[in-house]
Unconditional design. Structure first.
Length: 602
């Protein structure tokens, strides 16, 4: 890495800088003194915006303040002396290591309440080193995921500590105040953590049901709920204050109205994508999930097990609904930081269960323990490979990323069975579309036709499919040749006479047109017809100029996989690229009007 403070992490770190050097929670001065590589001082949705939460900076600001007070920046270049970049910033974000260690400690404390001491230590140790927590506590320090894991672990600990009805009856105010403050702290680290409210809400709802016939007790219970909310709001107030100053609303999503697509979540992709999915890159979550089920099946730990499974479900929905569900740059699965501490608890339960099986069925225990242990060096290897500089901030072909990291998944193995760690998604996908499971490794990763979530401007690179790249095999079928080849000096894939099939995973649902670039093979002319999701879209003669354009009627494409058929008549066609086009007018026109109206109102 060029340093630990970059990308999202740079802007997250600027919270520490503005607190220490400016003593406020706004970024007008910061963006004039410090670099602003992404132009957020004049973002489409607001001026001087910072999309990230201030919570992680609480672990960095004390280190930065100490350096400022002791004059560590004296004599350095202006931006380094001002705490924008350089050694002051790089040293400050080592506070993430403390957050990671505290998260591991919280995981140990929760596990020790429900399993044996040895199993708890094993679960905390393995979970700390083999989930993405290790990466964000030691390598990509300026990203707030270690702090977020701590916040979520603290919220889970508070709920697990106080959910017992007898404890509530003895000290109800203390219980609800603690749970509210802990959840507010988790939300301060990362707003997405608000979904953890499902745990205390379930506890409160069950308490209300038990008291439904006692009006006085029910009234006090309602006041306990208000105390919970009040503590949550007080702790989370700094972030709400910033949103209110920025957007006029304390509950706004500062990234813009399209950043969360609640109606089109990519849950299966977020979990099982070979590109950036949780399970293929962190298979340690498989035994962690088994541990949650074990906890849920046992009466003394049922509430905790069901709670962890509920967190897994709601977090998967939210992660899948985010506009760039793959998490952009960073270690895959980073937006699942809510589950890092629960994973330690699940791993502890799995280790404990293996110990029990060992007394009865030693052979079975050894098999499961071997599988379990094999995931540890695998995860270490992935951590190391990503830490050595693999770039995953672009929508590149998944097999390229996977091959770069693993190095051990031989091409012949992948061509035979695909990625085994993605089988829960790739096998059903293969049956549905009649393709090989390895097609999922391409089609189940980042989709084509990407638009900026604030402006809805189409990105040409992510909207152009390069047909001749070998790693894009999964898109094509029918009369397309199995392998790409060079035709007239250009990389292409030949579509022979008949129906050539293309499966297109669309990120933006409204496809308005398609440009096919290529050329006839031989001296005869070629005619191309297009059908999209069963709807004919006309036919065109492919001239030597090498380009035909099809208009696609509105309403026939959607999020996810869309099936296109190219009907080829005459000469075979060497197809080079497919470019996906917006309808007329493009969505960016209306979005520009909406953004301008919002900026004026603010």
């Amino acid at each position: 890495m060029p340093g630990t403070v970059h990308g999202d992490g740079y802007y997250t770190y600027l919270w520490a800088r503005t607190l220490v050097f400016d003593g406020d929670v706004e970024f007008h001065d910061d963006y004039r003194v410090c670099p602003d590589p992404w132009g957020l001082k004049d973002a489409p949705v607001a001026e001087d915006v910072n999309y990230w939460n201030l919570g992680p900076a609480l672990f960095w600001a004390p280190i930065l303040a100490w350096q400022k007070w002791t004059g560590a920046g004296d004599g350095r270049p202006p931006q380094e002396a001002a705490g924008c970049t350089g050694p002051l910033a790089e040293r400050s974000v080592f506070g993430s290591l403390l957050a990671g260690l505290l998260a591991a400690w919280i995981g140990l404390l929760i596990a020790r309440r429900h399993v044996s001491g040895r199993a708890a230590w094993a679960g905390a140790f393995i979970g700390t080193l083999t989930t993405p927590l290790a990466y964000y506590a030691t390598t990509m320090l300026s990203y707030g995921h270690a702090a977020s894991a701590l916040g979520c672990g603290l919220a889970l600990y508070a709920w697990d500590r106080w959910r017992d009805p007898s404890a509530h009856d003895e000290r109800p105010w203390r219980a609800w105040i603690a749970m509210g403050a802990a959840l507010g702290f988790a939300m301060l680290m990362r707003s997405q953590n608000a979904v953890m409210v499902v745990l205390p809400f379930a506890t409160w709802a069950m308490g209300a049901w038990r008291r439904r016939k006692d009006v006085r007790a029910l009234g006090w219970h309602a006041l306990h709920g208000f105390a919970f909310l009040a503590c949550l709001v007080v702790v989370f107030a700094p972030q709400m204050f910033y949103w209110w100053k920025l957007t006029g609303s304390p509950f706004a999503i500062s990234q813009g109205e399209h950043y969360i697509r609640w109606g089109a979540p990519r849950i299966v992709r977020a979990l099982f994508s070979t590109g950036n999915g949780l399970f293929p890159w962190s298979p340690i979550f498989y035994p962690a999930f088994v541990g949650w089920v074990i906890l849920a099946r046992r009466k003394p730990t049922r509430a905790l097990g069901l709670g962890c499974l509920a967190l897994f479900a709601v977090d998967s929905y939210v992660v899948g609904a985010v506009y760039d569900w793959w998490g952009s740059i960073g270690y895959p699965g980073r937006r699942y930081d809510m589950l890092f501490v629960p994973a330690m608890v699940g791993l502890a339960a799995t280790v404990g269960a293996l110990g029990e099986i060992a007394w009865r069925r030693r052979g079975s225990a050894l098999v499961f323990a071997g599988i379990f242990a094999a995931m540890i060096p695998f995860t270490f290897g992935v951590n190391d490979a990503v830490a050595r500089g693999m770039r995953i901030d672009t929508a590149g072909p998944a097999p390229v990323k996977w091959g770069w990291v693993s190095g051990r998944l031989h091409e012949a193995v992948w061509k035979a069975v695909g990625n085994p760690l993605a089988w829960p998604a790739s096998l059903p996908f293969a049956l549905k579309w009649g393709v090989h499971p390895r097609a999922w490794d391409v089609l189940g990763s980042q989709e084509l036709f990407y638009h900026d979530h604030q402006t809805l401007v189409r990105r040409e690179v992510e909207s152009t499919l390069r047909v001749g790249l070998p790693e894009n095999d999964g898109y094509f079928g029918g009369t397309f040749a199995d392998e790409p080849e060079r035709v007239a000096g250009r990389q292409a894939r030949v579509a022979r006479k008949g129906s050539a099939r293309i499966l297109l995973p669309l990120h933006w649902p409204d496809l308005g047109g398609l440009i096919v670039r290529g050329r006839p093979v031989g001296d005869d002319e070629a005619i191309l017809g297009l059908m999209v999701n069963g709807i004919p879209c006309g036919s065109r003669r492919l001239l030597r100029s090498g380009e035909v354009r099809f208009q696609i009627p509105p309403g026939i494409t959607d999020h996810g996989i869309n099936e296109l058929w190219l009907w080829v008549e005459g000469a075979p066609v060497a197809v080079e690229t497919l470019e996906l086009l917006d309808p007329d007018p493009p969505p960016s026109v209306e979005q520009a009007r909406r953004n301008e109206a919002l900026r004026e109102s603010r």
